[in-house]
Design a protein around this ligand. Structure first.
Ligand code: MRU
Length: 382
């Protein structure tokens, strides 16, 4: 997507020897565009854990590159003299990567995909070939994400077109958190249909949930939509229900961090409440996902999906530019009494019964096991 009219992705490789993975440090947005270079698996662990990169698909792609960095940082001598020692060093690094964020299944999916390939090629291979193959696979995972997000956009576009055909006016779409290109590699999941609709001349307007505590909607989605010229309005997290009661929302589209085989969805905390309000008001609630977000091993999302708990200070403090100041220095402020304790669950689960359907790279389907299997039968049967 474009940033200041320049094409940009959320993660890329700049030099031919793959020694550095370039990312946008998303903690600095929207006030500063900071590019960071990652050259070790340890740095990638920090970047994922401390949310320099975030969003389920991007976490997965970053972790895939983290595995490449772990391999590149392995000594070729260790690899050839003691392959078992080399393998256990890789396993240590990949475990650290997997432990960074527990809810987004794309992380485990991408690391396991890299490990499956490495395991199959570890014995009897030259180190340089192994490294070249791992780089190729990480690049494939990255490029596939771009392609899948673009297809999600095309499939979601038909939903928006249909609403516009019936309504004959501006289509109002509500979204939660950031499921845009910053959360993926390019295009985004939830925002991909919005961008295509806007580009094809369908008038849309997006209600952007601020998404406390970290403010991914206010900081990232509003920035992305603004860069793309899409009309949007920022709303406090509690506003969606009121807008729905007054027929100001035609469609809700969110992303997801993990979807069970039965169609339950873990997404940023607060998604469930939007789905309840949408159901009560008869408003279609769609979840846009690449297939890498489906966890075929789980069925009951509320009981089985691990929910990340984060530092309470993300709730107790807010940051931004100081009112009335010309400085572009970001300041943090305490918003509660000094001794107030907080809890900070990162995600909640929306049961499939509240979801109108999934928008995937293979098409739109009902939020159910049958629906998902109708598109991804092979994966579902595994
Ligand atoms: O905690 P985050 O910012 O990583 O959470 C991101 C979300 O919840 C997104 O909605 C989800 O990952 C879908 S991204 C396409």
């Amino acid at each position: 997507m474009k940033v200041n009219n320049q094409l940009m992705r959320s993660i890329w490789i700049e030099n031919e020897n793959f020694s550095e993975v370039m990312i946008i440090d998303q903690r600095a947005l929207p006030h500063h565009l900071v590019i960071e270079s990652i050259s070790s698996p340890e740095q990638m662990v920090v970047a994922i854990r401390d949310m320099h990169v975030r969003g389920a698909p991007l976490i997965g792609v970053s972790a895939a590159w983290g595995v490449v960095l772990a391999l590149q940082n392995l000594s070729p001598e260790v690899f050839s003299s003691d392959p078992n020692l080399g393998w256990s060093q890789i396993m240590d690094k990949t475990s650290e990567l997997k432990e960074t964020r527990p809810t987004a299944i794309n992380l485990m999916w991408a690391v396991d995909r890299m490990l499956d390939w490495l395991r199959a090629h570890w014995a009897g291979n030259e180190f340089v070939r192994l490294v070249a193959g791992a780089r190729e696979l990480a690049k494939k995972i990255m490029d596939e994400d771009v392609e899948h997000c673009h297809r999600i956009g095309e499939h979601g576009l038909s939903l928006i077109k249909e609403i516009h055909r019936r309504k004959k006016g501006v289509v109002n779409i509500l979204t939660h958190c950031n499921a845009g290109w910053l959360a993926c590699v390019d295009y985004g999941t939830a925002t991909s249909p919005m961008c295509l609709a806007h580009d094809s001349g369908i008038p849309i307007h997006v209600w952007v949930d601020e998404t406390r505590p970290r403010g991914q909607g206010a900081k990232l989605t509003a920035w992305e939509l603004g860069q793309h010229g899409i009309p949007h309005t920022l709303i406090a997290d509690n506003t969606g229900g009121h807008l729905m009661q007054h027929e100001l929302v035609d469609l809700v589209i969110t992303g997801a961090d993990r979807v069970t085989r039965c169609g339950d969805v873990a997404n940023k905390i607060g998604t469930y409440l939007k789905a309840l309000a949408a159901k009560d008001n008869g408003i279609p609630f769609f979840v846009a996902i690449p297939s890498s977000t489906i966890d075929w091993n789980l069925s009951d999302g509320v009981k089985e999906i691990p929910i990340e708990s984060r530092n309470q200070d993300e709730v107790r403090y807010m940051d931004g530019l100081v009112l009335g100041s010309d400085s572009d220095r970001v300041e943090s402020v305490l918003i509660c009494p000094r001794n107030t304790q907080a809890v900070n669950y990162g995600f909640d689960v929306t049961p499939s019964r509240l979801i109108s359907g999934f928008i995937t790279e293979k098409g739109v389907c009902p939020a159910s096991e049958e629906g998902l299997c109708s598109l991804f039968l092979e994966e579902g049967l595994r």
